[in-house]
Structure formats: structure tokens, C-alpha cells
Design a protein around this ligand. Sequence first.
Ligand code: FES
Length: 183
Amino acid sequence: MLSLISERLISFSVSATGNDRGKGKTREIMFSSATIQEIEEIRTKYPNARAALLPAIYVAQREFGWLSSEAFEAVADLLNVPKATVRGVATFYAMYKQKPMGRHLIQLCTNVSCMILGSERLVDLLRTKYGLEPGGISSDGRFSLVIMECIGACGTAPAMLVNDDFYENLTEKNLRDILEKYT
Ligand code: FES
């Protein structure tokens, strides 16, 4: 069954006339064959397609950078589940992004421990040096910034994630050094 899905989806593309985005325009998106294969492998690890939605949507977000209406449709078609089901799952979790993002996602905690130990200064640095506002994208498209409530590192605050990389004991200096690694 999966090979049939694969054959159908290798050439899968979605054409959509804009409703919620891109009014009057037709846009196409397409999974790479590597991503189709990855999602098929994910599918085999779960008893049914709906159970595989969380990791499949994550892979789609990694492929497209964010989850447009067309990306929801692509996942729905790939797993043969209703688009509304995909959208319902994706919109429930903060980890899934429904608007364009920078190439690297900074998730910085500003809750109590991190705030006491200087996270507001880090937010100011991101604003002044990178033009990054909370919830925004840097002008060069390099970073997106999301403010988090707590990421479980209160004893080594302030802390953040950049993509899947975790950083703690942040200062203005080491924050600058860390971000230089992300181009
Ligand atoms: S308050 Fe920032 S990691 Fe817990």
C-alpha cells in the first residue's frame, strides 16, 4: 500500500486558488522525494495514519519552513486523512508555525528565573543588533524570535533554543557568539 502511495505522491503537487492566502493566485508546493520517503517510514511505525500526524507535520514544516494551507493539503493527501484533521492537529500545538519563519528559530525564555538573570537584556540585544521583535523575523530572513514561558532550565537561566539546539547561562556576549554560528 505504501508503495502505491509513494508512486502517487512522488509527483504530488497542490494547486490552490487563494482563500486565506494569495488571493487570486495559484501556488504550487511539492514534497521532495526524500521527505515523502521519510513520511512513509514514519507512517509504518504507527497503527494508523492519524497517529502519524504529529511527526509527519513536523517533517512538512521542516521541508517548507512553515505550514501553509497548501502544506496541510500535502500532508492530508500523503496520509490520506482529511485536511481539516491535519489543520486541527497542527493549530493545537505551538511548535507548528502557520506563518513564514526565518531560517533559524530562536525560542528564548523570559519567565521568572530567566527574567531575573537578564533575559530582558537579551531581548533588547536581539532587537537592536538583529532587528528582531518577539514574534517577528529579522530583516535578512535569518532568524525568527519566539518568547517562551519556561523551557525547563531555570537553574541555568537564561536559556533558549535555536532550532533544536539548547543553550543556557546566556549572556549578551555568548548570545552574540552563539548566533554567529547560524547563517
Ligand atoms: S524560567 Fe526560563 S527556563 Fe524556566
